[in-house]
Design a protein. Structure first.
Length: 84
């Protein structure tokens, strides 16, 4: 890909999803940074973070939406009392 303008890169900076060789290089860099003894702990904490994110996402989806509260509006623009 040849850049057409003055500030356009000749090669795109982000091509797509990394392939096999790129993933191997990333894995090697991670092992070099954290060491092989820290990888299980790192994987465990990433799994816990993912589970917490999923739980909070599900909690948000079960909360009542703004459409529910908008439908409770009475004709004069005031909200109807919410009984619970």
């Amino acid at each position: 890909m040849i850049g057409t303008g003055l500030f356009e890169p000749a090669v795109p900076l982000f091509v797509g999803i990394p392939g096999g060789l790129e993933l191997v290089v990333i894995l090697l860099v991670v092992v070099m940074l954290f060491g092989p003894s820290k990888l299980p702990q790192l994987a465990r904490s990433l799994g816990e973070a993912q589970a917490e994110f999923q739980n909070s996402r599900e909690a948000v989806s079960t909360e009542p939406s703004d459409d529910y509260h908008a439908s409770a509006m009475s004709g004069d623009g005031t909200t109807a009392p919410i009984r619970g």
